[in-house]
Write a protein that binds this ligand. Structure first.
Ligand code: AMP
Length: 189
């Protein structure tokens, strides 16, 4: 069973690429950000806890996120996994390893969509106009980049050391052109 982490900074195209590749591969897919947004929309306890944190551009606590992921993986054990927006801290990566080991699923493989920061900012400001996400404003985006540098970039090093880390150009070309490269990589994993 494959455990694929689609990795990249905010605006790298993880959601867009996930949608394209899911038409080709039968993945059990989870986007932690999407789940949190739907919890906020539904006014749940979790949504209320997460809303301010997300709007500030900070990260929701590891324990909440890991609990969410654990129940998703247990429910979907037996299927290939596509993780979008998780893990975002080394603690989350270690917890994921533990869950995968417990379920005998094998190692996680990371595919990074590499995009320069100035391009990410432009993309996110454009997305703000289209999707109206509250956390897509310049100040919050800067904090999301800051969180990425402080906490999430270390996740890349963690997997580079373990092996199973591949980076592709997520910047040049249309989403479809980028997805061709991504599919090529996924077919070999
Ligand atoms: P995303 O849709 O992946 O950009 O996530 C939107 C926001 O949800 C992030 O800025 C975080 O506040 C929160 N979030 C999503 N995934 C995680 C995660 N794995 N760990 C902590 N916070 C998360």
């Amino acid at each position: 069973m494959r455990n694929i982490i689609l990795f990249g900074a905010p605006g790298a195209g993880k959601g867009t690429q996930s949608a394209i590749i899911r038409e080709k591969f039968d993945f059990a897919y989870i986007s932690t950000g999407e789940i949190l947004r739907s919890e906020i929309k539904n006014g749940t306890q979790l949504g209320k806890q997460a809303e301010e944190i997300i709007n500030r551009g900070e990260l929701v606590s590891d324990s909440i996120i890991v609990g969410m992921i654990q129940s998703f993986i247990e429910k979907n054990n037996g299927k290939d996994l596509l993780l979008d927006g998780f893990p975002r801290t080394v603690k989350q990566a270690e917890a994921l390893d533990g869950i995968l080991k417990e379920l005998n699923r094998g190692e996680a493989k990371v595919v990074e969509l590499a995009v320069d920061k100035d391009v990410l900012m432009q993309r996110l400001l454009k997305r703000a106009e289209i999707e109206g996400r509250k956390d897509d404003n310049e100040q919050t985006i800067r904090e999301r980049f800051n969180q990425y540098d402080k906490k999430t970039a270390a996740v890349a090093d963690y997997y580079k050391q373990k092996g199973g880390y591949i980076s592709i150009d997520g910047q040049n070309g249309t989403p479809e052109q980028i997805s061709v490269k991504l599919i090529e990589v996924l077919e070999k994993l």
